[in-house]
Structure formats: C-alpha cells, structure tokens
Design a protein around this ligand. Structure first.
Ligand code: IPE
Ligand code: IPE
Ligand code: MG
Length: 244
C-alpha cells in the first residue's frame, strides 16, 4: 500500500521532453526515443488518476514542432494513432474524458479522424480530464482567441467592454475544462528550464518542477514525487501568506 498524498494539484501539465536525446545517448535514432516515450503515457495517466489529479494535460506536439523533418513527424503521428486506438477502451472503462487543445485542423485527415472518433467515444465520461496538446502553441491560442472575440463583436454577439479574464479564458482551447482550466503544476522532463510556448495564460500562477531525466525514463514514482513536493509549496498568489 502506498501512502496517500495530501494537497494534490488539481491540474497537472507535463512537457514530455527529451525523447531524442534519450535515444541518441544510447546510439539509437531519435524516433526510438519517441517509441519508448509513447509507452510511458499509459502508466502516467493511471498514476495521475490514482493520485486524485483531476486534469492532466500532456504536450505532445507544438506549433514549432512542425519544423522538424517529415520523417520524424510521421512517426509521432503514427504513435499518436496507435496510442489512441490501443488505449481508448481502457480509458473509457476508467471514465477518462479526452480533450485536445491545438490546431486539430492541421492534422492529416486519418489522424484527425481517429482523434475525433476518440473524443466522441469518451465525451460523456466524468473522471480524469486528459488533454493532449497537439499542434499547440500558446501564442497561437491567444491570437485565435482575440480574433474570435473580435469576430463575435462584429457579429453583435459580444461587446468590447465585456472582455475580462473569465471571458478571455472562455475563448481559449482549454475552456472545456471549466473550473479546472488553470494549471497548478507544470512538470518538464529533459533538464530544460523553459516553457516552450505551453499554456502561458493557464499556468500564470502554476508551480514548476524541472526534472533532469528524459521522458522515456519518467515513471509513476517521479510523478508522485513531484506531486508530493508540490504539496509543500507555499502558493501565495501575490499575497503575504497563503492563508489570507
Ligand atoms: C519530446 O522530445 C517530444 C516532442 C517534442 C515531440 P524531443 O523530441 O524534443 O527530444 P529532445 O528534446 O530533442 O531530446
Ligand atoms: C516542447 O519540447 C514540445 C513538446 C514536448 C511536445 P521541444 O523539444 O519542442 O521544445 P524546445 O525546442 O526544446 O524549446
Ligand atoms: Mg525537446
């Protein structure tokens, strides 16, 4: 029996980084790291659920990742398709709801169809909210939100004075998450200490955990350790003490 963890973050967002370096250090092609990395998603989703995390958002492909070679991109899409086809029944049994944030319309039709089918299949589930950030970039998200709000104003559905932080949050791709849309904890593997265009708005007051290990080496025990450490952080939100 593992001991219960208190003060669990509601929404954890992970930057699954370091697949390429993990493989290169072992004299394998980069894509081998992606294959190993994709196998790590299932145990992490299970552990997140077990810990009582309500929303888990995984960075799978950024808007900037489109500049990688086509050969690498196609392996990433193949792995995403395989993951969804393999896991969706199990996710359904666990009452997991799937979300996708990012420019879904940029995906090739076959990948997109599988993503959409899976979203549909899991849409009535009420347990863990699992989001994949696919062709996601925070700046793109904010620009699109601004454009959509302007369009709504022109169409008479909105007025400029109505814009506030809540209205803005409602125009972001994370709006479906409702009260869970703010991120409490961001975890990044690979040793890089940067945000790489991830959830800039949603993580405004998140805690950060930067780990030196690469994503294929990240396991449930590391997630648990990061969540335990989060439990000891003093989130002040600009105040003097966390209590007032
Ligand atoms: C993360 O690993 C996966 C994606 C960005 C799709 P990387 O492929 O970025 O691996 P490194 O950072 O180059 O080692
Ligand atoms: C961020 O990793 C994107 C994903 C993990 C999907 P990158 O490897 O693309 O980020 P940079 O280039 O190191 O900032
Ligand atoms: Mg990387």
């Amino acid at each position: 029996m593992t001991r219960p963890v208190s003060n669990v973050p509601k929404h954890v967002a992970i930057i699954m980084d370091g697949n390429g370096r993990w493989a290169e250090r072992r004299h394998h092609p980069r894509v081998f790291g992606h294959i190993r990395g994709s196998a790590k998603i299932k145990p992490i989703v299970q552990e997140a659920d077990r810990l009582g995390i309500k929303a888990l958002t995984l960075y799978a492909f950024s808007t900037e990742n489109w500049s990688r070679p086509e050969t690498e991109r196609s392996v990433l899409w193949r792995l995403l398709k395989k993951y969804l086809l393999r896991e969706r029944d199990g996710l359904n049994e666990k009452n997991v709801r799937l979300h996708v944030i990012g420019e879904l319309e940029r995906l090739e039709s076959e990948v997109r169809a599988i993503v959409e089918e899976t979203l549909e299949m899991l849409k009535n589930n009420t347990g863990l909210q699992l989001s994949f950030a696919i062709s996601y970039g925070s700046r793109r998200e904010l620009v699109r939100a601004a454009r959509r709000f302007a369009e709504d104003c022109l169409a008479g559905r909105q007025v400029p004075e109505a814009m506030d932080e809540d209205v803005m949050a409602g125009y972001l791709w994370t709006s479906d998450l409702g009260s869970l849309r703010d991120v409490d904890l961001v975890i990044r593997t690979s040793g890089e200490k940067r945000i790489s265009n991830y959830l800039l708005w949603q993580a405004a007051y998140a805690e950060f955990s930067f780990l030196d290990l690469c994503w294929p080496d990240f396991g449930p025990e590391h997630l648990r350790a990061a969540v335990e450490e989060y439990g000891n952080r003093d989130r002040r939100f600009g105040r003097i003490k966390s209590e007032n």
